[in-house]
Design a protein around this ligand. Structure first.
Ligand code: TXA
Ligand code: MG
Length: 318
């Protein structure tokens, strides 16, 4: 990494494709390896709250309050960018996204490097983020220098992104730190429209990552909202070779192939398993997928946000 290499590292959220954030060429190579659009900025990862004022300025008290409460952990803050952080990291924005991850491997690598590491999720752009080292290799083998295998990621979805650069704090991407947790520190927060709505072409979005079709398996995915009986009746009429994305132990309720993504009443288990399940759909060659809808509160908001994008916002209400 000191020589500008790209190394995928485990974090508590997902694997990140890391490079020295202060090395413009290394950062450019991250975009190339992932096939990432040039206008989608990266997060820089630090290993101590003390580093915050080195890379951001005009830091509000709220940022330190959030850092005290949830760092190290699955939360990213958008702050004003100091010029030491190359513009390419932030896709030219005057802000910078900063996170202090809690995974011991991630924080040890950052501390040893002595520089912040720019690290987007270590997947090809558009694919589900990797929650295991083997996911990284499926997408990026041959394009990166190494992957550190830290086993399965505990959270399984990318970090909560909150901007502190506007008039009010605003949630740009839901994740492992919930809106309720943010509110308990900040008072009120806004939830960006892009979290749950499909924005029309050309809309200016605060977090460019939210505008791309994302997390998508090759199959066409439809989210089906309704209770289990209505769901069962609905899919009975569907093509025989359609695949069902459902909760644990539901697969015996129908005679179609099923892939499970956690327990119905446990959003944490759904978060942890969703991306692996989406990749599994590709592995078994699924073409049409009907998905059970998760609960949308707490971490469930993040699960639903990712599933919505995997489905290209195709939702049926029964
Ligand atoms: O959990 C995570 O955040 C993982 C791990 C590796 O840390 N990283 C990750 O990075 O998810 P990435 O690049 O896949 O997603 C970064 C998100 C994108 O939606 C991007 O648009 C947004 O953060 N972002 C980055 N910098 C920003 C900025 N200055 N202003 C607004 N949004 C920003
Ligand atoms: Mg990503």
């Amino acid at each position: 990494m000191r020589e500008g290499g790209l190394v995928a590292i485990p974090t508590e959220t997902v694997y990140g494709l890391a490079a020295n954030a202060l090395d413009e060429n290394a950062v450019r190579n991250i975009f190339l390896a992932k096939g990432r659009p040039q206008d989608n900025p990266l997060i820089i990862h630090i290993s101590s709250i003390d580093w915050l004022p080195k890379y951001a300025y005009d830091i509000p008290k709220a940022a330190y309050d959030l850092a005290e409460a949830y760092w190290p952990g699955p939360m990213t803050m958008i702050l004003k960018r100091r010029p030491i952080v190359p513009a390419i990291v932030s896709a030219g924005l005057d802000t910078v996204a900063i996170r202090f991850p809690s995974h011991p491997v991630a924080s040890a690598v950052i501390a040893e490097a002595g520089v912040p590491l720019a690290a987007p999720s270590a997947n090809l752009s558009g694919k589900p983020s990797p929650t295991k080292a083997e996911h990284v290799l499926w997408d990026l083998d041959g394009k990166i220098d190494a992957v550190l295998d830290g086993g399965e990621c505990a959270v399984g979805l990318e970090s909560t992104v909150v901007t502190l650069c506007g008039d009010r704090p605003r949630l740009l991407r839901p994740g492992g730190i919930t809106p309720e947790q943010l509110r308990s520190v900040l008072g009120d927060i806004e939830i960006d429209r892009a979290v749950l709505e499909k924005l029309s072409e050309g809309t200016r979005v605060a977090s460019p990552g939210m505008k791309y079709k994302h997390y998508a398996p090759k199959a066409h995915v439809t989210i089906v909202k309704g209770d289990i009986n209505a769901f069962s009746a609905y899919i009975r009429q569907k093509e025989k070779d359609s695949v069902i994305l459902c909760f644990d132990d539901e697969e015996k309720l129908w005679d179609k192939q099923s892939v499970t993504y956690g327990e119905e009443n446990d959003s944490l288990s759904q978060a942890q398993r969703l991306f692996d399940a989406l990749r599994h759909l590709d592995e078994i060659g699924a073409k049409t997928v009907y998905a059970r809808c998760p609960k949308i509160d707490g971490v469930g908001l993040a699960v639903y946000n990712r599933l919505l994008r995997a489905a290209g916002f195709d939702v049926v209400e029964l």
